[in-house]
Design a binder for this molecule. Structure first.
Ligand SMILES: CC(C)(COP(=O)(O)OP(=O)(O)OC[C@H]1O[C@@H](n2cnc3c(N)ncnc32)[C@H](O)[C@@H]1OP(=O)(O)O)[C@@H](O)C(=O)NCCC(=O)NCCS
Length: 158
């Protein structure tokens, strides 16, 4: 029998290349430009790649992912997403915190990411965690209807 969802019981689990198809599936549900399973497999197999998935419910389902890259003393979030019907329950925050902890353990000093200037949900999440704007690329994200949107570079000191 399907149990009611208890968001306190979300599990944040390490993810590797074997999770590429599941992550690609979640990604495709959230982004206009989906990355295919092969691309995720390559990224997840890269040295320095660090990824986590969020699992929730009984039976458990994968409802979120984060993929980051560590290089020397810097880390970068390459992509992050939480399934639309499970958003706004703290899962995105837990995923970013997990990557931040892993990066700190690997002796990274700063965590970077790029986000569209009109992505209010992601900006709310990152700013709430203490990320600061450190750069802007004008017109970086093309939009099918309307002008291109700027990309903001955000950074968090770990
Ligand atoms: C961005 C995203 C990952 C957030 O995941 P989430 O699990 O819903 O986020 P959380 O519940 O952890 O939210 C943490 C905080 O972020 C902010 N936030 C999240 N969603 C928001 C929204 N829709 N509007 C405004 N602020 C929002 C809030 O401050 C929230 O804290 P609160 O709920 O206590 O007010 C999710 O909206 C998503 O997958 N979006 C589509 C993909 C995407 O844009 N990825 C990021 C690319 S850089």
């Amino acid at each position: 029998m399907t149990q009611p969802i208890d968001y306190r019981h979300v599990s944040i689990l390490w993810a590797g290349p074997e999770h590429a198809a599941e992550i690609a599936n979640l990604h495709a549900g959230l982004f206009d430009k989906a990355w295919d399973a092969g691309s995720f497999q390559n990224l997840l197999g890269h040295p320095g790649s660090t990824a986590f998935m969020a699992r929730l419910g009984a039976p458990a389902e994968n409802v979120g992912f984060i993929l980051g890259q560590l290089a020397a003393d810097e880390a970068e979030i390459l992509t992050l997403g939480v399934r639309a019907d499970r958003q706004r329950h703290g899962i995105g925050r837990r995923l970013v915190e997990a990557l931040g902890r892993a990066a700190r353990k690997a002796e990274a000093k700063r965590l970077f990411l790029e986000v569209a200037a009109d992505n209010a949900a992601a900006l709310g999440l990152y700013k709430g965690l203490g990320f600061q704007e450190v750069g802007r690329r004008k017109g970086y994200y093309e939009r099918p209807a309307g002008p291109a949107e700027d990309a903001l570079t955000l950074a968090l000191t770990l």
